[in-house]
Design a protein around this ligand. Structure first.
Ligand SMILES: *[C@@H]1O[C@H](CO)[C@@H](O)[C@H](O)[C@H]1NC(C)=O
Ligand SMILES: *[C@@H]1O[C@H](CO)[C@@H](O)[C@H](O)[C@H]1NC(C)=O
Length: 436
């Protein structure tokens, strides 16, 4: 792709992203809120032990932190594209005009750790369209249940929990999209070293995702060198920049199969404390919280490592209004043995959307990593959808960027693309007011 069409692609993708289902964001947000609270408790006491990857300065010097990783696949990894092809998903609508694949990639033979992916190609001209890796956040939330089947994937699960309908805003209209269940322990991804299913951290997650990609590209070699983007939301404010960091560091050492062009992350968690403050401020600004409660929160909360019981209480009193039904449809669908068979998942997996488990390592602020990526020439797009799940306003000063807020300005950025213009209107109705 030329640079211009590459930019246009990202913009269109981002604009489509604003039509994501809100329920999943909320469920992810719940996982995130629990994570932030437990972090607040443990930060003073040091990280949870149990993970050999934990190194305080992993992200301080990426060039040396990841040089032990392979730049190429050591040997032809097992598994074949043909074996991963999905004949048809149970309950899928008629006339599906694109190819779907799913299966496992082993990321550690020693520990028996494998990540599950679902890959959908574009219906038309897949061979000239970019490759996108989508990562949901949590941490510990499934990209299959959330991203693929409630947000940007080609299908949505109907209320019967058995049949699917088409999502006309699917990103695979524009790109070939991999949904990765990450880390091991999430969704269908697993480790035979059982302790690894219940404790993970940023470093292992990003290293595993890198190994996954290296091996996946051996299974789908036609995507080697293809324009490649990493996208996600919420806790992917960590996952996406960190995976990009590993890829760029290894690229310098000769890894060439991944042609990373940029990352784009919606409602990203970039700073534990500023994001929390920003979320409440957003709810107040949008009339979802009374002046009284907002006054209490600003008086009582420090938005730092430790909060008082009174602050906790006022934060907990904020009602965000959430309809949990949609998650049950997806839950039913992926726990159906017929579906598990059709997607080549391990039989009898008890699949769940999000978990609340210990997390060993995560920087409080992602800004040094974002800076490193930008210094290394990567395009980084952060955007906010209409949902207050997370707001990036609190970190704008650090990013030193402008907010594009009018339809006309967005249109200009969209290279006068009609389709973009229309999508922008939709976004505005839904309340999107900033794209960085
Ligand atoms: C995990 O163990 C099972 C049973 O021994 C084996 O079939 C499977 O290949 C192992 N998975 C990995 C990733 O090594
Ligand atoms: C505030 O909430 C956090 C997270 O739930 C908890 O660990 C902490 O003890 C609470 N603070 C007080 C003073 O109750």
């Amino acid at each position: 792709m030329t640079n211009i069409s590459s930019y246009a692609f990202i913009l269109v993708i981002i604009l489509l992203g604003a039509s994501l289902a809100s329920a999943t964001l909320l469920q992810e947000r719940d996982a995130l809120r629990t994570f932030l609270q437990s972090r607040a408790n443990t930060l003073g006491k040091g990280p949870v032990k149990a993970d050999t990857y934990v190194e305080a300065d992993t992200w301080a010097d990426p060039d040396s932190s990841f040089k032990h990783l392979p730049t190429h696949c050591p040997s032809s990894p097992p598994g074949a594209k043909e074996a991963d092809k999905i004949v048809a998903l149970p309950g899928q609508p008629p006339r599906v005009n694109f190819d779907q694949y799913s299966g496992y990639i082993t990321v550690s033979e020693e520990h028996g750790r494998a990540l599950f992916y679902y890959f959908v190609e574009a219906p038309y001209e897949a061979s000239s369209k970019p490759l996108v890796l989508w990562l949901n956040g949590g941490p510990w939330c499934s990209s299959l249940g959330a991203g693929a089947f409630q947000e940007l994937g080609p299908f949505r699960v109907n209320p019967d929990g058995k049949t699917l309908s088409r999502n006309r805003h699917a990103w695979n209209n524009l790109a070939n999209v991999i949904f990765l269940e990450s880390p091991a322990g999430v969704g269908f991804s697993y480790s035979n070293t059982s302790s690894e299913n219940s404790v993970s951290g940023d470093t292992r997650t990003s290293v595993d995702a890198y190994i996954f990609l290296l091996h996946w590209l051996e299974r789908f070699p036609e995507y080697k060198g293809r324009d490649f983007f990493i996208a996600g939301e919420s806790y992917s404010g960590h996952y996406a920049p960190q995976l990009a960091t590993v890829i760029l560091a290894l690229h310098k050492l000769g890894a060439t199969s991944m042609n990373l062009k940029g990352i784009f992350v919606g409602n990203p968690l970039l700073d534990d404390y500023k994001n929390t403050r920003g979320m409440f401020e957003y709810l107040w600004n949008h009339g979802d919280m009374s002046d009284e409660v907002w006054g209490e929160i600003t008086d009582l909360c420090k938005f730092g490592p430790s909060e008082s019981a009174a602050c906790n209480e006022s934060m907990a009193s904020v009602n965000t209004g959430y309809d949990p039904c949609i998650d049950y449809h997806v839950f039913d669908y992926f726990n159906n043995p017929e579906v598990q068979k059709a997607i080549h998942a391990r039989a009898n997996t008890k699949w769940i959307q999000c978990k609340d488990l210990p997390w060993t390592d995560a920087p409080v602020s992602m800004m040094p990593t974002i800076d490193w990526l930008v210094d290394n020439g990567l395009r980084v797009w952060l955007y906010r959808t209409y949902h207050p799940a997370l707001t990036i306003r609190g970190i704008l000063p650090e990013l030193n960027v402008i907010i594009i807020s009018t339809k006309e300005e967005l249109r200009k950025r969209a290279f006068h693309n009609e389709a973009c213009g229309q999508t922008v209107l939709i976004l505005h109705r839904r309340g999107l007011s900033s794209i960085i």
